[in-house]
Design a protein around this ligand. Sequence first.
Ligand code: HEC
Ligand code: HEC
Ligand code: HEC
Ligand code: HEC
Length: 181
Amino acid sequence: MSLRNLIKPGMGLVAVGLVIGALGFWGTQNILHATSSDAFCMTCHAQHSLKDEVMASAHGNNAMGIVAQCQDCHLPPGQIDYLVKKIIVSKDVIGYLTIDGFETQEWLEENRKEQAELARDYIRSIDSASCQSCHTNIYENQPEAMKKMAKRMHAKNFEKAPEDRKTCIDCHKGVAHPYPR
Ligand code: HEC
Ligand code: HEC
Ligand code: HEC
Ligand code: HEC
C-alpha cells in the first residue's frame, strides 16, 4: 500500500472534524483555530511550493519581518463568513481524495491558471476584505510614505461609485505567488 493510500483515508477524519465543527458554532473556536494555521493548509498542499512562494514575495520577505499566513488572505476576517468558507473549503477534502496526483507540484503547475482564477473569484466575492484587514489606509488616511503613483491610483478608484470601484486583486495580481501567464 502506497503512502498516499495510507494518508488519504486519514483525511476523512479532517472531513468529519469540519462537519462536527459546523454543528456548534461557539464550540468550534478551537477547531477553527487548529484548522487555520499554515501547517493545516500544507497538510494537503504538502508538495506544493505555495509556502516558499509566499516567503519569496513581499508578504514573506519584507523589512518588517511580517509573514502573511495563508488564511490572512484566503479566508475572510468576519467569524460567520469565516465559518461558511471553512465548510466550503471542506469540498477540498473530496477533491483531495479524488483528484489524481493533486499533491504533486506538477499538478499545481498544470492547473495553476484555473486554481488562480478560483482563488481570485473568491477574494473578489468578499471585495478583498482579507487584504483590507491589514492594508487599512489604502483609500483614506493614506500614509505619507505611500508612493505618489499608488496614492493617485487608489484615490481615483475611491472617487468612483462603490459599484464601479475595482477591488484590490483586480489591480494587484501575484502578490504572494507567481501569477500564471
Ligand atoms: C483536505 C485537503 C485540503 C486542505 C486542508 C486545504 N486544501 Fe486547498 N485545495 C485542496 C484541493 C483538493 C484543491 C483543488 C480543488 C478543486 O479544484 O476542486 C484546493 C485548492 C485550493 C485553492 C485554489 C482553488 C480555490 O477554490 O480557491 C486555494 C486558494 C486553496 N486551496 C487554499 C487553501 C488554504 C488557504 C488552506 C488552509 C486554510 C487549504 N487550502 C487547505 C485541498 C486542501
Ligand atoms: C497579514 C497582513 C497582510 C495581508 C492580509 C495582506 N498584506 Fe499586502 N503587505 C503586507 C506587508 C507587511 C507588506 C510589505 C510592506 C513593505 O515591505 O513595505 C505588503 C505588501 C503589499 C504590496 C506591495 C508589494 C508588492 O507585492 O507589490 C501590495 C501591492 C500588497 N501588499 C497587496 C495586498 C493584497 C492585494 C492583499 C490581499 C490578497 C494583501 N496585500 C494582503 C501585509 C499584508
Ligand atoms: C485601480 C487599480 C488599483 C486598485 C483598485 C488598488 N491598487 Fe494598490 N496600487 C496600484 C498601483 C498602480 C500602485 C503602484 C504600483 C507600484 O508601485 O508597483 C499600487 C500600489 C500599492 C501598494 C504599494 C504602495 C507603495 O508605496 O509601495 C500597496 C500596498 C497597495 N497598492 C495595496 C492595495 C490594496 C490593499 C488595495 C485594495 C484596498 C489596492 N491596492 C487597490 C493600483 C491599485
Ligand atoms: C498576501 C496574500 C496571500 C497569501 C499570504 C497567500 N496567498 Fe494564496 N493566493 C493569493 C492570491 C491573491 C491568489 C490569486 C492568484 C494570484 O494573484 O496570484 C492566490 C492563489 C492561490 C492558489 C491558486 C494557485 C495559484 O498559484 O494562483 C493556491 C492553491 C493558494 N493561493 C494557496 C495558498 C497557501 C497554501 C498559502 C499559505 C502557504 C497562501 N496561498 C498564501 C493570496 C495569498
